[in-house]
Structure formats: structure tokens, C-alpha cells
Design a protein around this ligand. Structure first.
Ligand code: ZN
Ligand code: ZN
Length: 160
């Protein structure tokens, strides 16, 4: 089987700059969804990553697809995902929490000790596709359906 490839903006190596690369289209695992990205926005975090500030050097492990502010539509559902359909317009949380730690269990997901960040330490949305977990117990709202009457989506800032 040939692997599907896509364009993505990647931090290729530790240092200043970004690169447009061909990378494999992510495959949604159990509980995950694949999103076809329609529009993205540049966040201050992305500028930090471009400039390779000390914060970036500490958090980003190249090669990494960056970007975490986006709107798109569901292209594929991983195993076990319910309540969502291919074609739904969605945006995703930038912070993916574990759903298992004490803070997640007590509803304080913003203090999850195992948070990963889309486009920082997991592949992000400056690409044709991005893969994230669907909402699940303890994980908060990782994926939100957007109302169709906003033609360009809302101006989202889903947590950072
Ligand atoms: Zn947690
Ligand atoms: Zn942001």
C-alpha cells in the first residue's frame, strides 16, 4: 500500500526557520479523528517556534509539523469514535489532556500533567490534514463542531 503524502509546514531541525515539506498523511488511531484543514491562523507560539526562542528549543523536538489554530472538516474517523461524522465542520483544542491523571479526573484539565500541545510536541495543523483525539471522558472538549452558518468559522482561540 502506498502511503498518502501531504504538504506541511515543518520545523525541520533545531534552529531558526520553517520548511514546506511532503510528509505522510496521519492515520487516525482508535478514538482519533483525521481533519482536513481548511483555514489556519498564526499564533504567537508559531512565531516563537519560527524564531527558535529558548522556549521553543525546550519544547519542540524537530521534525515537527507546527500550527494549532484551524478550522476544517472531518475526513476520517478512527475506531470507536461515535457522535461525529465525516464532513462535519470542526475545530480542535490546542491542548490534548490525558484523561487519566488526578487533575483530569477532578475536572481541572488545564493542570493535566501529561498535556501535549498540537503543533508543539505533537504534529500540528499547518498541513493538509491533522489528527487529534475526539472528545472523550476527562479530556474536555478536544473537538468542537462549528455551526454551519459561520461561513469562515469563528475566530477560535481554543486555549492558547
Ligand atoms: Zn491528565
Ligand atoms: Zn495559539
Amino acid at each position: 500500500m502506498t502511503q498518502r503524502m501531504m504538504d506541511a509546514i515543518v520545523k525541520p531541525i533545531a534552529g531558526v526557520g520553517l520548511e514546506l515539506r511532503r510528509v505522510p498523511v496521519p492515520v487516525p488511531g482508535p478514538g482519533e479523528v483525521l481533519i482536513k484543514v481548511h483555514k489556519t491562523a498564526i499564533c504567537g507560539t508559531d512565531v516563537h517556534i519560527y524564531d527558535w526562542t529558548p522556549w521553543s528549543a525546550e519544547h519542540v523536538k524537530p521534525p515537527m509539523v507546527i500550527g494549532h489554530e484551524y478550522v476544517g472538516e472531518i475526513a476520517e474517523l478512527g475506531a470507536g469514535v461515535t457522535g461525529l461524522q465525516v464532513g462535519m465542520r470542526v475545530s480542535g483544542e490546542g491542548h490534548i489532556t490525558c484523561g487519566h491523571c488526578r487533575n483530569c479526573h477532578t475536572g481541572n484539565i488545564q493542570w493535566c500533567k501529561n498535556t501535549t500541545s498540537v503543533g508543539v510536541d505533537r504534529n500540528g495543523a499547518f498541513a493538509e490534514y491533522v489528527c487529534i483525539p475526539a472528545s472523550g471522558r476527562g479530556r474536555g472538549l478536544l473537538l468542537r463542531r462549528l455551526r454551519q452558518r459561520h461561513p469562515h468559522g469563528p475566530h477560535v482561540q481554543p486555549g492558547g
